[in-house]
Ligand binder design. Structure first.
Ligand SMILES: [Zn+2]
Length: 382
């Protein structure tokens, strides 16, 4: 992993590089900040730089024997600890049991979330954690001699999910670390980490990615229209993970959904039944997949309009809407309030369910339009 693969954070990268150049590497560091900002990738890029034998000015060389192993995450002096789940035949799972999936997970992209990791492990609602028996593994690995590097690196992802007895054992090794050991803890939520660990690690706060950095990265890596880049930057609110999801989604940058949504709302509000009939007919030409995306898009628009309506703050700041959506919503949001939002939500979700079950789409859309007509007429009592 390289620093250059992570969007933004120039000042943090610069400071990290200096600690290596000036040989002031603190032996226990805690990288923290919001999900999707690249902090786990940053920890790995940092470790790779520490270990690189041909350090460049701003990044690892990528070619030395250490880098070649780091590029596959198979360096013998690099150890990972992360949340795992028990599975059939293994009631005491440790990180190494999931190492193959872990390496794929990290190498697939530079931004990571706990939910994506659960998905990668093939589990959903199971309790994932760093369990007590993991601490024996940690101690065993740290007592190994270094194989190739000066440093033994242990990256602990999500220390907030560490079981208390594991945490206490880790605390002990952080307090009295074997020589030339570098601990990097990477956390979404430091409030859940035990205090004693917090007080013994150097805190490196990594904020969300700035709009400017996000824009620059997307512009440099993706060939998409300017309008779509701007929308994604705005909607992802500093999480590159969100940006990646939006980049792969049809929902953004496609003004077709926006047009259909505004038509539905305008005709419904003014009770133009003949227009709504034509609208439903037009929607039936969309095909199921696009119909589903349209309904999900509408659900988001309704939610944002409701929030816009009840918020008194600077609307431009709080809203996750693209410019043209915001222009429309400034007036429209007064019609979405506490007396109809729940019912609207219910009706759109119901339509989604019916589409998924292969119901007759024209009828589903017309029904949805008529329900919307009724619901928009409900007054907001203050
Ligand atoms: Zn190198």
């Amino acid at each position: 992993m390289f620093f250059k693969e992570i969007s933004g954070h120039k000042e943090i990268k610069r400071k990290l590089l200096i600690t290596v150049k000036e040989e002031r590497i603190s032996h226990a560091q805690l990288f923290t900040g919001p999900q999707g900002n690249g902090k786990l990738a940053m920890a790995i890029a940092y470790a790779q730089y520490v270990s690189c034998t041909d350090k460049q000015e701003n990044d690892s060389c990528g070619k030395c024997s250490s880098c070649i192993k780091y590029n596959k995450l198979i360096h013998p002096d690099l150890h990972f600890v992360f949340p795992v789940v028990s599975y059939k035949g293994n009631s005491k799972p440790v990180s190494d049991d999931f190492l193959k999936q872990w390496r794929e997970f990290i190498l697939e992209k530079s931004y990571h979330s706990f939910n994506d990791w659960l998905e990668k492990m093939g589990v959903e609602k199971k309790q994932a954690g760093i369990f007590a028996h993991e601490s024996n593994e940690i101690i065993r690995k740290l007592n190994l001699k270094t194989f190739e590097s000066d440093y033994k690196v242990m990256i602990i992802w999500m220390p907030e999910r560490m079981n208390i007895s594991a945490a206490n054992k880790v605390l002990k090794v952080i307090e009295e670390p074997p020589e030339k050991t570098l601990f990097i803890l990477v956390s979404d939520n430091t409030e859940m980490i035990i205090r004693t660990i917090l007080s013994r690690t150097q805190l490196i706060k990594i904020p969300k990615i700035s709009r400017e950095d996000m824009y620059e990265t997307i512009k440099g890596e993706y060939e998409i229209p300017e309008e779509k880049i701007q929308e994604i930057v705005r909607l992802s609110s500093g999480s590159f993970l969100k940006a990646l999801k939006l980049l792969n989604s049809d929902e953004v940058g496609d003004s077709e959904y926006f047009t259909k949504f505004t038509e539905l709302m305008r005709y419904s509000y003014s009770v133009k039944i003949d227009k709504l009939l034509l609208w439903a007919e037009g929607m039936s030409g969309f095909g199921r997949e696009k119909q589903k995306i349209f309904i999900k898009y509408s659900l988001r628009m309704l939610r944002e309009n409701f929030i816009l309506n009840i918020s008194s703050e600077n609307k431009n700041k709080i809203s996750f809407l693209a410019d043209k959506e915001l222009n429309f919503s400034e007036k429209f949001s007064t019609f979405i309030h506490k007396n109809n939002i729940y019912k609207l939500n219910e009706e759109f979700n119901l339509a989604l369910k019916h589409i998924e079950r292969n119901g007759y789409d024209r009828l589903i859309m017309l029904d949805l339009a008529l329900k919307t007509t009724k619901l928009l007429k409900i007054k907001n009592d203050i």
